[in-house]
Design a protein around this ligand. Sequence first.
Ligand code: ZN
Length: 579
Amino acid sequence: MLISRFNALNIQYKRADKKDSLRGNNSVSKFSIPLNKCFKGYIAYDNINYIKRNGESSMNLKDNYIKIRENFSKELAPKVLETELNAWDFYTNSTDDNLKKYLKSEDETHNLFKNEEIYNQLKEIKNKGLNDKHLNKQLKDLYKSFDEELNAGELKQKLREKENEIAAKYNAYVPKIDEKEVTKPEINKILETEKNPEIRKKAYDAKINGGDIIAADLQELVKLRNEFAKSQGYENFYEYQLKEEYDVNSAELDKLLDDVYINAKPLNNKLKQENQQELSEVFKIAPEELKAYHYGLISDKNPAKAINKALKTKEQVVDIAKTAYKNMGFDLDNMNITLDLFPRKNKNTHGFCFEIEPGKDSRILANLTNNTNSLDTICHELGHCVYNLGIDTKLPYLDRGTTPAMTEAVAMMMGDLLQREYILKDVVDGESLKKYQNDYKKSEAKFINRSMLIINFEREMYKNPEQDLGKLWHDLKCKYLGRNVSENIDNEWATIPHYLSHPGYYQNYFRADLVKAQMYNHLTKELGLLTENNRTAEYLNNNLFKLGRSIEEDDLIEQFTGEKLSSAALCTSLQLDKE
Ligand SMILES: [Zn+2]
């Protein structure tokens, strides 16, 4: 994922986590752009069309907007770059000093938007409207950033402070089992491997206690966020995020969610039954007696086990990923990619891509070990990296970036390569690989279920934050994961990191998953298997990466894959095999 993705337009830092393993896509991005010649060329070209269509006055308006935008970009770019670099320093070396520097540059970036003069100029142009879909949208977003900082700045600041406060509380929590301190990865390890239910329960409880500590605060934050959203004319903060941050139509999202839910149901029922059957055999209890702490065990039948056994070192994992990219035609060694891949003291424990400067500088923070998860992570993050580095640096500054679902889709598609293509063929025997590949559908279905749960919970939480959230989580777990009604009600929901740091982000993973299915279908039709065609890189660069966010995401998806975003490709991939 992209870790903290700075959206210059909406001044929001997004730290995105992928699936359940946390990955970050961090694109703070943006850089000092001395108005370059080619960019002037764009203006001139556009203007000719404008004079033809609209005559002099709208040309002046557009010219005027571009002038304001470019002047502001010159101020914004160095601040954003500084913030990106400080974020990188903090995430790779989390000292108090580095945190201070990071927060300071973040504040300074926000302050740039407290400029009344630019605000008024943008307002005037916005009221008249520009005769250009993309520019109009960009203008609207830019205007909104100024509007929020100037008119709701205090409340926004309060939201940021509350968020930081809760994060600090959660980070300071040290889980314990039998009075002995354990790390969060150790807890996960127990839940993946331990067959003694008593130890499992202790590990599960230690995890949930972290949620208990922040649940009430999180509920308060949700109310505070809603207050802010209402001041912006929205029913609640979730609806605000959907529209303003992701430009997603709420009704369209509903339709996609429904389609996938219905289509995945037969496969899900089958998998649920298999899983419960397996767990009830391991723990020697009836399926109806299974509790939350029984789930998560990786069974001996899981084909990833054979791959993990064959992956001997973490360096080998990196080599496999690099070779896969080389075979697609990406010359990683000659791209400006910084890799900080292995665990270290004072370093963030997740995985992220920092888009420091689009087209110029991309970095990955990860904590790899020798297993398939790590290989997925490095392939995924490299996907964000090559996308970011492929962006045309001649684009206007505000267009040099990626759109949220598109970059996530590329990264997720790259992460899938280990299960969809043959990059592991020199590591394990053919039969083990085939079993692992056949399991792809299962991982997709799992991801979909979990997304449904997380997305629907979040929506309902913002709709009515007063309700019993533990009960809501429990009911939705029964509905989407097929869990037993007899499971206890607890604060597991509060341990989902996105709810705190990336409100509304999970629907982006979900949409990216749909884009990914559509994109992979399209690409393999054009190119065959991606890792067996060294023109893949060129194709992606020319048809997608270089465009940055100069085109609205929905249009970009349609232009690139030849079809509007729909659930069709994913639903097809989730159909049950005919027995
Ligand atoms: Zn990602």
